[in-house]
Design a protein around this ligand. Sequence first.
Ligand SMILES: [Mg+2]
Length: 330
Amino acid sequence: MVIRLVSHVYRRRWRQPLHTAHGVWQWRQGLLVKLEDGLGRVGYGEIAPLPSFGSETLALAQDFCAGLGPTLTIDDIRAIPDRLPATQFALASALEQLQAIAAAPLPTAAASRLSLLLPPGEAALEAWSPLWQEGIRTFKVKLGIAPGVAEMALVQALVAALPAAAHLRLDANGSLSLGEASQWLSLCDRLRATPDLCTIDYLEQPLAPSAFPLLQSLAQRFHTPVALDESVATYHQLENLYRQGWPGLFIVKPAIAGFPGRLRQIWAKHRLTLVFSSVFETSIGRRAVLALAAQYQQHSGNHLALGLGARHSFEDDWDDLSPDQLWQRL
Ligand SMILES: [Mg+2]
C-alpha cells in the first residue's frame, strides 16, 4: 500500500510562558503530518519533540520526513529508527487512525480526570479555585524554580487551602539534591499522615536520571510515591528501569516515547503503574495520547488523573478545532 505523506510545521505561543527547572518556554513548535492512502482514508499525526527530554529536535524530524519523500509504505513507518521517538509516535498513530475500520469517536477526558499545572509562586494559591469550579480535582506544582524554603512554604500553604478531596502532584524535573529530595519527601510524608488534608499523589523526578540508584533508595525510604519522568522518556528506558525493580510510578509521555504499539506490549507483559502525560501537543497529538491512555485504563483499571495540560493554554483558538480544521489553518 502506498501512502501519501504531507507535513506542516506549526508554532504556538503560550498565553503565559511555561516555567520549569529546564527553563522558560515561550513557544511550542512541532510538525503535523497527514497520511492518505489510495482509498482516500486519512490519518493525522503530530511530531511534538522535546529535546530536553532526549527526543529528536524538530529539525531532525523535518529532515527525516522530507527524506521519506511524498509517498511511503507501512514498512517505512515500522522502520523509523529509535533515535526519532516523536516521529515514530506521530506516523504510527496517524497510520492507526487511517487503518481504523470506522472512524473512532474522538476520545475525551472529563475535567475530573485531568491534572493541571498551577502557575509558579504565590499565584498558585489563587489559581486552583476557578479550576476546582470547572471540575479539576488534581493539581500540579513545579519545584526547583524558586529557593527550596520558599517552595516548601508555598506547598504547605497550598495544601492548607486545597479541599480534602483534591490531589496534588509535585514535579522537580530532576533538579533537587539528595538532601533536598529527602526534605521534600519527609514533608510529603508528614502532610499525607495529617488527617483532612488533600492527597499528595507523588513527587515526580526529584533527582536527575543519572542518579537512578539514589532515586531507588528514596522510593524505598519514604511512603510518598516517587514517579519517574525524565528517566523514562522512551519505552526502552521504561522497560529497562522496570526490570531493575523500580518500585514507584512511571510517567509516560507517548508523544515522545516511540511507537504506541511498543507501550501496549509493555503493559500487556508487565504489571506497572503508568500516568499519562502530554508534552503540550495540539488536539491531533492529544487525541492519539488520549486513545492510548483509554486503552491502558481499560486494560489496567488504573484511574490516575491524566497530565494532559489545560485547553486554551496558547494564544490561538486551535483547541476548539477538529483535526481537519486545524490542518486547513496551517
Ligand atoms: Mg515531569
